[in-house]
Design a protein. Structure first.
Length: 222
């Protein structure tokens, strides 16, 4: 499990982020997000607004984005709620980065199914590229984090990089994904097993085969 801590609230941090405000585009998105919630429950928008703020920080820094304390204060003020409540949400959910990260945040699942399927080799491949767990590389390209289960046990081992999952990995397949990202390309997300679509058995389904290409009603056959 990755350590969770807030970036220190320094004068330099304040100087950089105290002027944070929605961009024109994000102001419209924030208004639309808050409007989804009933009157009196607008504070429930805190999660999508934190995500929106993190993405705006990412766009400004050419990284995946993170949540400086002044940015969380801005979200709190926007929703008229105590800052501590916003911080509680941000620190609970791993989707929010509490410290600066690189352009690509490589999150390696180390839970038992992934471990049994080779996550140690995945972590070793990251380290061979200069990544260190809990740190960002000197070029600002990669941040490496080891995380708990992300729900892709049937296609383990897997990593999440920014918004995409990459599954059925080997060290070589991960290298191909990372090479593509570093080159500014968009590698195929999901399973990296040739011929596999999602998490069906390798080689194709063994039951309900008529469901592969179209919806099929089996009820009359049972």
């Amino acid at each position: 499990m990755a350590d969770r801590y807030l970036e220190p609230d320094t004068p330099e941090l304040r100087a950089r982020w105290s002027g944070f405000a929605w961009t024109k585009e994000n102001a419209a998105k924030a208004k639309e997000i808050v409007a989804r919630y009933p009157a009196g429950h607008q504070r429930s928008a805190v999660m999508p607004l934190l995500d929106l703020a993190q993405r705006q920080v990412g766009a400004e820094t050419d990284t995946q984005g993170w949540l400086p304390i002044p940015v969380m204060e801005y979200v709190a003020q926007y929703l008229d709620m105590p800052v501590i409540r916003v911080v509680e949400v941000a620190t609970f959910y791993f989707m929010y980065n509490l410290v600066p990260v690189g352009k690509f945040h490589v999150q390696v699942c180390g839970t038992t199914p992934c471990m049994l399927r080779g996550s140690d080799a995945i972590m070793a491949a990251c380290k061979q590229r200069g990544m260190e767990k809990g740190h960002t590389t000197a070029d600002g390209l990669w941040t490496l984090t080891e995380v708990e289960c992300m729900g892709n046990c049937a296609s383990a081992p897997m990593v999440q990089i920014n918004d995409d999952n990459y599954e059925d990995l080997t060290a070589e397949r991960l290298d191909a994904v990372l090479d593509a990202l570093a080159a500014g390309k968009t590698p195929k997300a999901g399973t990296q097993e040739p011929g596999r679509h999602t998490v069906e058995p390798v080689g194709g389904p063994t039951t309900l085969k008529q469901m592969v290409k179209a919806n099929h009603d089996y009820r009359k056959e049972w």
